[in-house]
Design a protein around this ligand. Structure first.
Ligand SMILES: [Fe+2]
Ligand SMILES: [Fe+2]
Length: 493
């Protein structure tokens, strides 16, 4: 099953739960309206539980969370459902694989009750089992580590010392940071020369891309993490390198050959070179464009291709990236093309990478999306703006909690995602940054979220939710740069 199917089913489940609860409040559960929603809930649960044992929905900091499966749906619905649970003293609901329509009906009927009526039935933890429901559990506790796991952890300090991050580790990050910054320097020189009307060096661009390709091959996670570096003042230079890195990584994930990946990366590095003709004010202006300004915006892929042509012979792959990075999957966007033209494969790769980098960047006119929310945003546009198959590969590559996401774990700790896990996108490798009382850890440890307790076989840690780094006053890009610099600097002892 595709990850996107599970995410879509979770979104649908929540809507149907809300609607189901409302209709059961008005009609008996056998009434066609109520029965329809109950059937849909069962269907959604079947989809979600086809590849996992259980689904836990809970309330953390007044927000609804799906443990191990982030919400990508409508915020208002999630909030309303979280409020319903909180008002009834329910911290979490666990749906186990195999829950029956009767189980679902009982659960929805309880959720439809007023807080007072439900309270009159006794402790929420037992109320479902007393009604014969075995495969859905309500708990007053918010999703967090249970008592047995806590004991196990106290006995066995953490088991978190394993080098879970793989890749090149600290030294790898230092190397990657050097490659990244050198590429930004190259992008700056090339774009500045183009702005001055000179013809930039194609060889220099190619050399920078070769370094980026090597960097991604050696340590993809470090390079992907570095794409979180966004420069507010020099946006275009970082953006050019970020899109190049994302395209190279996606090309690798798609199994393209090395030469094609280099051409893809080159096109991506130069994709916005046509913007050098823009007046400074246009960069900061997403809306309210004059006709002239809008014409300039729409022309930048063509202008860019014109500049790159003068730089020397480039492949059709690189040209397609430059020309088509604003063409959508449904053939809308710009430049305007015949409606029967097939979407270009490389153009679609670049368009996805470009959009992901753009929405994860803060601009004068937009707050940055956290990586996890950015994923949700892209997913909501699959099939119209983005190629759904490419998006699926992209999500597998960066994970549903992309590298660079700050996450809260079932232990109460907070961690930074440092490496995707291609076999289970909800269990990436992380680095512990804050302990359960929110204190910054002096000794950061890499942790593999697939690690289980030897005694119980349960997962030691599970992601509960993505956390907005700003809410913890934590600057992910700055953190990575510091770590990279520390790793890259010569040892003093
Ligand atoms: Fe562009
Ligand atoms: Fe762009």
């Amino acid at each position: 099953m595709l990850i996107m199917d599970a995410l879509t089913a979770l979104d649908s489940l929540l809507r149907n739960l809300q609607a189901g609860v409302k209709s059961v409040g008005m009609y008996p559960p056998t009434h066609p309206t109520a029965a329809r929603f109950l059937a849909r809930i069962v269907e959604d649960l079947d989809t979600i539980l086809s590849e996992r044992e259980s689904l836990v929905l809970g309330v953390v900091d007044h927000a609804l969370v799906g443990v191990g499966l982030p919400f990508t749906g409508t915020e208002a619905i999630a909030q309303a459902f979280a409020a319903r649970l909180e008002q009834r003293g329910i911290g979490s609901i666990e749906f186990l694989r195999g829950c029956s329509p009767q189980d679902v009906s009982q659960c929805v009927q309880l959720l439809a009750m007023s807080p007072e009526a439900l309270g009159g039935l006794g402790a929420v933890d037992e109320v479902l089992s007393r009604r014969g429901v075995r495969a859905i559990h309500l708990s007053h506790q918010v999703p967090t580590m249970d008592a047995e796991e806590k004991q196990a952890e106290e006995k066995e300090p953490t088991g978190a010392d394993k080098e879970g991050e793989g890749g090149g580790g600290e030294a790898g990050l230092g190397r990657s940071l050097t490659v990244y910054h050198e590429a930004v320097g190259t992008a700056k020189r090339i774009l500045t020369e183009a702005r001055l009307g000179k013809i930039p060096s194609l060889a220099e661009a190619q050399a920078a891309v070769s370094e980026l390709v090597d960097g991604v091959f050696q340590d993809q996670n470090a390079m992907l993490a570095l794409t979180l570096i966004k420069s507010y003042d020099e946006y275009l230079f970082n953006h050019s390198v970020n899109v190049s890195v994302l395209c190279i990584a996606l090309g690798q994930a798609l199994g393209l050959d090395a030469e094609t990946i280099r051409e893809l990366g080159l096109g991506a590095l130069l994709h916005d070179i046509g913007k050098v003709h823009w007046p400074e004010t246009l960069y900061q202006k997403p809306r309210g464009l004059s006709d002239e300004e809008w014409a300039l915006v729409q022309r930048h892929p063509l202008d860019g291709a014109g500049i790159v042509e003068k730089m020397g012979p480039t492949s059709p792959t690189a040209m397609e990236v430059i020309l088509e990075h604003h063409l959508r999957y449904d053939r809308k966007g710009y430049p305007i093309v015949d409606s029967d033209k097939e979407p270009g494969f490389f153009g679609m790769i670049a368009q996805l990478a470009d959009a992901y980098d753009a929405i994860t960047t803060a601009r004068i006119y937009q707050n940055a999306f956290e990586p996890c929310k950015a994923m949700a945003r892209l997913q909501s546009l699959a099939g119209t703006v983005f190629d759904p198959k490419l998006l699926e590969v992209f999500i597998r590559m960066v994970g549903i909690y992309p590298v660079g996401s700050l996450v809260r774990l079932s232990t109460g700790e907070m961690a930074l995602v440092v490496k995707a896990n291609p076999t289970d996108s909800s269990r990436p490798f992380v680095r512990l940054l804050f302990d359960r009382s929110g204190r910054r850890l002096a000794d950061e440890q890499g942790v593999d979220l697939t690690e289980r307790e030897p005694g119980t076989g349960q997962f030691r840690r599970t992601i509960i939710m993505a956390v907005d780094p700003a809410s913890k006053n934590f600057d992910v890009a700055e953190y990575l740069q510091q770590r990279g610099r520390a790793a890259g600097s010569p040892s003093t002892g």
